[in-house]
Design a protein around this ligand. Structure first.
Ligand SMILES: Nc1ncnc2c1ncn2[C@@H]1O[C@H](COP(=O)(O)OP(=O)(O)O)[C@@H](O)[C@H]1O
Ligand SMILES: [Mg+2]
Length: 370
């Protein structure tokens, strides 16, 4: 196939969020695996300060070999790159057929970039504006889950301004509602940044202060002593679900170090579960995907209570980690969809979604057509 017939994919990676480095690893994996006969890739590096680079250095970086985040931290990628900053609209104007925003966390997975791509009228991989934003905000996400009747632990959200004003009162409210331990998280973040398990009042105060550093909204959750099970979803209006996988973390909980740096977490795929539980999780995963109006892909994370076997939804991620070692692609691999095929399907799904969106009329001339 000549390059004329290839689908041109702009691969956006890096980004301003704390998950910049994870995104670089994901993008490298995609770059190595994407079918070169079918796709031509334009790598677009977004630096930690938010500049968009489209040049040789972003390509070179993607072809590098570091495979762990702590090594990446030393590559000083932001210093290496040439000064060929391209303002993002020119990328969107160019002859790109589809955009793959392989970005995690705020400004990547939260609807902001999706809004830009939507305005540009380009097909893009993954969730749209609403699903991205809803999946990013843990308070809104859990309200949507509640509305859909999905099982989850008790939670409450507070605005930072409210915490600033009446910390003492809020502490009492939390103690009465949840007791200890409880979980405290910034509402809009990922990769376990700013998350704490509070075991007493002193720790709760510290946890609230920490979470308030990262977001204007904080969520407090009931602690669930649980196994952590995840299911991958792929599709648009008629999605399919993968086999479930389990994360066994040697840390107190599945925190940032456990996730990305020390390799002390084990992924067990498929998770050891009875058939009934698997069926239940599969159904719940799809319902969670519909609850936020997802599209393309999502990873749905569950807790299974170690004491009584109860199933709880933890969260949905609309752009889960996407390296070849990440849970999402591994779940598909074990379900029979290889990594290159997964990339292919995601791009095709984005084109289908774009077509479907374009079916809707944007103006309405009543009667005149009758
Ligand atoms: N309510 C909870 N009870 C017990 N453990 C929790 C709870 N919430 C989070 N955790 C632990 O913290 C980890 C990160 O929390 P999560 O809500 O998944 O945040 P992130 O979006 O950063 O992945 C989870 O994978 C789990 O190990
Ligand atoms: Mg999580």
């Amino acid at each position: 196939m000549s390059s004329i017939n290839k689908i041109r994919v702009a691969l956006l990676f890096g980004g301003k969020s704390g998950e910049h480095d994870v995104s670089l690893l994901s993008a490298r994996s995609v770059m190595k695996a994407i079918d070169p006969q079918k796709y031509e890739v334009l790598p677009v590096l977004i630096t930690k300060t938010g500049e968009w680079h489209v040049d040789e250095s972003s390509l070179q970086f993607l072809q590098g070999n570091e495979e762990r985040v702590e090594k990446l931290a030393n590559t000083e990628i932001d210093q290496q790159i040439a000064k060929s900053v391209q303002p993002f609209p020119s990328i969107l104007d160019s002859e790109i057929d589809v955009i793959f925003p392989l970005l995690h966390g705020p400004n990547g997975e939260d609807g902001t970039i999706q809004g830009l791509l939507q305005l540009a009228g380009k097909p893009y991989v993954g969730a749209g504006v609403l699903a991205s934003a809803a999946g990013m905000d843990k308070v809104i996400m859990k309200r949507l889950f509640a509305e859909a009747g999905l099982p989850q632990g008790d939670f409450v959200g507070y605005l930072r301004s409210d915490i600033d004003r009446r910390m003492d009162q809020i502490i009492v409210e939390i103690e009465e509602r949840f007791g200890y331990p409880c979980f405290v998280k910034p509402a809009n973040l990922g990769s376990s940044v700013g998350i704490s398990k509070a075991r007493n009042r002193e720790q709760l105060i510290e946890a609230l202060k920490l979470a308030c550093r990262f977001d204007r909204k904080v969520i407090i959750e009931q602690f669930i002593h649980a196994r952590e099970i995840e299911i991958a979803i792929l599709g648009n209006d008629d999605p399919i679900a993968s086999v479930p996988g389990e994360i066994v973390s040697k840390h107190e909980f599945y925190d940032y170090t456990a996730k990305y740096t020390d390799g002390k977490s084990e992924l067990i795929i498929p998770a050891e579960l009875d058939e009934q539980t698997v069926n239940k999780l599969t159904e719940l995963a799809k319902r969670a995907f519909f609850a936020i109006d997802g599209s393309g892909l999502a990873r749905v994370d569950f807790f299974i209570d170690r004491n009584n076997g109860e199933v709880y939804l933890n969260e949905i991620n609309t752009m889960p980690g996407f390296t070849i070692y990440s849970m999402y692609p591994l779940l598909w691999q074990h379900t029979g969809i290889s990594y290159p095929e997964l990339i292919d399907r995601l791009i095709q799904l984005s084109l289908l979604r774009h077509e479907d969106l374009n079916r809707s009329e944007s103006s309405y001339e009543q009667m005149s057509k009758n």
